[in-house]
Write a protein that binds this ligand. Sequence first.
Ligand code: ATP
Ligand code: SF4
Ligand code: MG
Length: 324
Amino acid sequence: MSEDKTVLSVRDLKLYYRTKKGVVKALEEIAFDLKKEDVLAVVGESGCGKSTLARALVRVLPRNIHTYEGKVILNGRNVMELDEETFRREVRWKKISIVFQGAMNSFNPVFRIGYQVAEPLIIHDNVEKKEALNRARQLMELMGMPGAFAERYPFELSGGMKQRAAIAMALITNPEIVILDEPTSALDVLTQANIINLLKRIKNELRLTYVFITHDLGLASELANKVAVIYAGKMVEISAADVFYTEPKHPYSRGLIASVPTLSTDRTPEFISGSPPSLIDLPSGCRFHPRCRFAWDKCRTEEPSMFRLEENHLVRCWLYGGGK
Ligand SMILES: Nc1ncnc2c1ncn2[C@@H]1O[C@H](COP(=O)(O)OP(=O)(O)OP(=O)(O)O)[C@@H](O)[C@H]1O
Ligand code: SF4
Ligand SMILES: [Mg+2]
């Protein structure tokens, strides 16, 4: 259960990339609040800006940044105001850490896994190597790995085991918040289920707060108590998870839910027609209007703001506010 303390507030977070073809407006007007032990699932189609959000929160950015602004308030402190050195020393890994998308395939093949899990402690905390290796081993065991696996090289581990090691690595500096970017994609369903159960257990044991990025709504429902839907770089709905799964409001959220196959009914999954727009050349008005069956004139010309339906339920759609 989450308690009342807000650990992370994000306001007006914006990130644009510079490219030869123009400016990619990857993320705009992102805002949410997380209380301790919350799990926010961030869902949306490929390319909508989920990994960009992850990188923006831990400030691990490529060189071609055009704009990076907004507030990331961690325990009351806007860490966007910190210079890079202070952010590195006090925030990244220490307060917010991340399991990058594809992390399990990013281990260096020439170093043992235990050393790589321990590396953030050795590099960022100046912890002595032997002590850091011991801690890595303990964490790998907490992640359900035999301690002896610390001595193995990445190629000697299965995908599931490598992913457990990647999660152990994100936890080694005792962060409060962990960003999990597609932590189970590319794994078989049983391994996925094991890792989700593990993530649940360690969240409770270590009292962690997660930002859980996934395109899999089924997995999100296993872990999340809040869901944020991103469409073409903007958050279009955020609510408690049970509300999202039973009464999604935004037409895009409704389409996402309707597209999930279920075993319990013979309902045929529906698909959202069309594809997401280019983030370099966004549609006028509501970004979803070319694909929305409810769209009317206003949707084509005026961009909706977030309308509040209930205290914790916001929707970016003219159907829910602003008049006709
Ligand atoms: N360094 C970059 N330079 C230019 N454009 C980028 C860069 N990184 C990402 N993008 C673009 O920004 C948009 C958002 O990308 P992002 O990786 O955040 O999407 P995503 O939601 O994580 O997708 P996926 O589900 O496939 O992982 C995409 O259009 C992508 O092509
Ligand atoms: S604002 Fe209009 S186009 Fe956009 S989702 Fe709502 S109804 Fe559809
Ligand atoms: Mg991604």
